[in-house]
Write a protein that binds this ligand. Sequence first.
Ligand code: UD1
Length: 341
Amino acid sequence: MERTKILVTGGAGYIGSHAVVELYEAGFQPVIVDDFSNSQESSIQGIEAILNTRIACHRIDCGDVEALRAVFAEEGSLRGVIHFAAFKAVGESVQKPLAYYQNNVGSLLTLLTVMQEFGVPNLVFSSSCTVYGIPDALPVTEQTPTKPANSPYGNTKKICEDIITDVVHAPGSTVRGILLRYFNPIGAHPSAKIGELPLGVPQNLIPFVTQTAAGIREKLTIYGNTYDTPDGTNIRDYIHVVDLAKAHVIAVQRLLDGTGAVVETFNVGTGRGDSVLEVVHAFEQATGQKLNYVIGAARAGDVPAIYADVTKAREELGFQTTSTLEEALASAWKWQRTLKK
Ligand code: UD1
């Protein structure tokens, strides 16, 4: 039987590459679009090594309308799109807001336009728990009010959610959408053939932890220990990237089945909050590596604590995570050791 084709923008990136693997393993035919501005060719090789097959990959910027039209025309019969392609560095977005709005909002507008032109009906969008800002109560449900974004990056996610919501509700719209609000994805594929490839000094916690354990960085700085949390460090909901990738397969299938509303929002997390110190200790436990760390100043814009209420994803998508924090951290360490070779 012919596989159903799903376009994956940003499919060479960290979450995208894991989603491509899970899509293929679930019987879909993923087609990658990536401009490799924040990803490497090696991730395509990793994907193909895991799947033992070739995966079509178009090296284009998905904000380039002509190039995107050419991909839709060449591929034909696309049944859906997962839109990962976006800039994602919070600090950089404060320095370069125009680049963030141009790239993140611009590429979504282009993508929706071309999807409508070609009658491609289904869109899964990579959103973020950043839309909740500093929440008034925990855990956050999908009904928790969104807050003004504290970075241009976060604002692009809110704006893109609003754009998709308006587009699907327009009279005669042929597009349906699922907005997935990710918590903190970590870890790597168990094969260690794909994983996170940060450019330069990692801004996110786990790649900094693994690079420190590998001796690439001297020490981890924990950004503040005087927050109003049990041990004073920030609390996040860390989800194994393979679990997160699987949520996309379920979302795609739900859109194809047409069982949900025209647009739906889901939190994708574990439902559990862990502090930075708990993550450090879990890493040490899971890997046997002692981590050199110091407590430093708080990072501007950090949310003290956030984790997901996962009831809606469980009840309506049937989605549940299966990996523990320790398993996710062990997979991140296995990946780091592969990189060092
Ligand atoms: C943030 C956003 C998320 C966005 C992501 C993109 C929120 C709640 N989350 O994630 O939506 O997609 O950026 O990068 O706004 N930490 C250290 N030392 C380090 C690095 C991090 O202590 O060297 C701490 C941070 O203070 C934070 C935790 O580790 O408490 C996780 O940080 P990080 O991995 O950067 O993710 P978020 O900031 O949660």
